[in-house]
Design a protein around this ligand. Structure first.
Ligand code: SF4
Length: 317
């Protein structure tokens, strides 16, 4: 099943911007296209603004953030936009949406550092603004991976975002025959090494949470687990944590490998640890050993293959 990806309509090339242009992202439209089903939304058009249209901006007014016409503060779109955004976020939260790519800097769709103006025309000192629509998405779906188009040019942010799309799709697929304790426990088991790499604290705490699953209402457990799991994955896997996971994996082969093979693997892990090699190198050798010395638990771990190799995302890590 394809991954449902919410997207600012201009990011997939729709000419919906104020100047009748678009902000097509090559990564979203080309590299991801085989794996995703787009759910495009242009909130400004959805509230009835035309194309082309006068520009709008965020304005600090009486300790509130308003969405107003750039040239005339009296033309205020805030209420309409907030109402639309809350309704749309509610609707999207009922779908198996796995992520969202929003357009940077927009007073409607921007995710961070959107300019907020003062009434004197100056920009407020800290660029703390969030587009009104994206703010509603983040509040309604704290588990959802959301990224800006521009940030996806960073290989580390891109890998983490795509990895979370596939993880959330896997989570929904795992529950496709019903939300059961068994389905959650099996899913959690496959992601143990991923959690260890991304957030050792949540690896421990989610482990205890899952161990007590029978004490919870399953629907409440599902909601809390989804948010905590996805927020843990949003943290970047550090080189130190990845090294710990590689050494953990190495331990599974201690009886199978001879002295020379062990030394070779240890050398690659160390080379990764000090930044001389990408993660892919020791992982390739571990996958090779796994094909020679199968282990059901290790083979089940998503850490070894979190998304299709054809995306080529682990080369720069
Ligand atoms: S940034 Fe958002 S509101 Fe602006 S054109 Fe793109 S989709 Fe529409």
């Amino acid at each position: 099943m394809k991954i449902k990806l919410g997207v600012s309509a201009c990011v997939i090339g729709e000419k919906v911007r104020f100047d009748s242009g678009h902000k097509r992202s090559n990564f979203v439209c080309s590299e991801l296209t085989d794996f995703v089903e787009y759910v495009p939304v242009c909130p400004e058009m959805a509230i009835g603004l035309p194309v082309p249209r006068p520009t709008i901006r965020l304005l600090e007014h009486d300790d509130q953030i308003r969405l107003v016409d750039t040239k005339n503060n009296e033309i205020d779109h805030t209420e309409k936009m907030v109402r639309f955004s809350e309704d749309k976020a509610n609707q999207l939260s009922q779908m198996d949406l796995c992520g969202y790519v929003v357009c940077a800097k927009s007073p409607t769709c921007g995710m961070e550092r959107v300019k907020v103006y003062r009434e004197n025309g100056y920009v407020a000192a800290e660029k703390i603004g969030v587009g009104l629509y994206t703010k509603a998405l983040m509040e309604k779906m704290p588990w959802l991976p959301i990224e800006e188009d521009g940030r996806l040019n960073d290989p580390v942010l891109k890998e983490n975002f795509v990895f979370r799309l596939f993880a959330l799709r896997d989570f929904y697929d795992s529950m496709s025959e019903g939300i059961t304790r068994r389905a959650i426990i099996e899913f959690h088991s496959r992601y143990k090494l991923i959690l260890m790499a991304h957030c050792p604290r949540e690896y421990r705490e989610l482990g205890s949470f899952v161990a007590k699953i029978s004490e919870y209402d399953i629907d409440e457990f599902y909601l809390e687990y989804r948010t905590r799991f996805m927020q843990a994955l949003a943290q970047r896997a550090s080189r130190k944590n990845n090294t710990n996971v590689l050494m953990h994996l190495q331990g599974y082969f201690k009886r199978s490998l001879d002295k020379q093979q062990k030394a070779e693997l240890a050398k690659l892990i160390l080379a990764y640890r000090v930044g001389e090699m990408p993660l892919l190198v020791p992982l390739t050798l571990i996958n090779h050993h796994l094909s020679l010395y199968p282990d059901a638990y290790i083979a089940s771990q998503k850490y070894l293959k979190p998304y299709p190799d054809s995306l080529r995302l682990r080369y720069g890590l």
